[in-house]
Design a protein around this ligand. Structure first.
Ligand SMILES: N[C@@H](CCC(=O)N[C@@H](CS)C(=O)NCC(=O)O)C(=O)O
Length: 207
């Protein structure tokens, strides 16, 4: 049984959402966030203590979007991951990584500053810069979404899980009004998917 360490709405959501889209059996193992660096079983999958981690038999993995690629490769073929001969492949791969590396990654700084920084630093320059970067880069989603319903073409893929999650992260941090309407509408469609809703059954507050 595949074990996902960490619960939605952390980036574990990407992995659980993918598992629901693929109809694979899995188990979610919640992580006590404040004690995660003492959780040996979780650290075997994610040695830095970043959520999510994943275990599949002898396999241990970290990095949410790498886990999506693994699941598609191991349990596919699946339309969620176009293959190299598919014209959608380059956009699929670009946006699969873009959703984390360019969009979600910098938001960690804004999130930590909002919830953990001393009162007089909650509006600091770095956190604002991370939000501005997110807004500017998320505009790159609008072009493809003007041409087709999903980020890599006419079909839903794991790149939508990656970028859909990122759009939700930005909305959570309050930049919704600054996003292109196509991105806002896209995010709304993503969270209405049955698999997204099933994944969110596992949601727990982050402590
Ligand atoms: N690039 C990583 C980022 C993981 C990440 O930053 N996760 C957050 C929760 S959504 C976290 O655990 N932050 C605390 C930490 O990194 O120690 C991924 O996509 O899995």
């Amino acid at each position: 049984m595949i074990v996902v360490y960490g619960t939605p709405p952390t980036r574990s959501l990407r992995v659980v959402w993918m598992l629901e889209e693929m109809g694979l059996p899995y188990e979610v193992r919640p992580i006590d966030f404040s004690k995660r660096t003492e959780d040996k079983e979780f650290l075997e999958a994610s040695p830095t203590g970043a959520v999510p981690g994943m275990r599949d038999g002898e396999v241990r993995m970290m990095e949410s979007c790498a886990i999506l690629e693994y699941l598609a490769a191991k349990y596919g073929p699946t339309p969620l991951a176009p293959s190299i001969g598919d014209p959608a492949y380059p956009a699929y791969l670009s946006f699969l990584h873009f959703g984390e590396a360019s969009l979600s990654g910098p938001l960690n700084i804004a999130l930590a500053t909002r919830f953990l920084a001393p009162e007089d630093q909650k509006q600091n320059w770095g956190a604002q810069c991370a939000l501005d970067l997110f807004v500017r880069k998320s505009a790159a989603l609008a072009g493809p979404l003007g041409r087709h319903p999903y980020i890599a073409g006419d079909h839903f893929t794991a790149a939508d899980i990656s970028c859909g999650y990122a759009a939700g992260f930005g909305r959570f941090l309050g930049v919704e009004d600054r996003l292109d309407p196509a991105v806002r509408e896209y995010h709304q469609r993503m969270i209405e998917r049955p698999a997204f809703r099933l994944a969110m059954r596992h949601a727990q507050p982050v402590n």
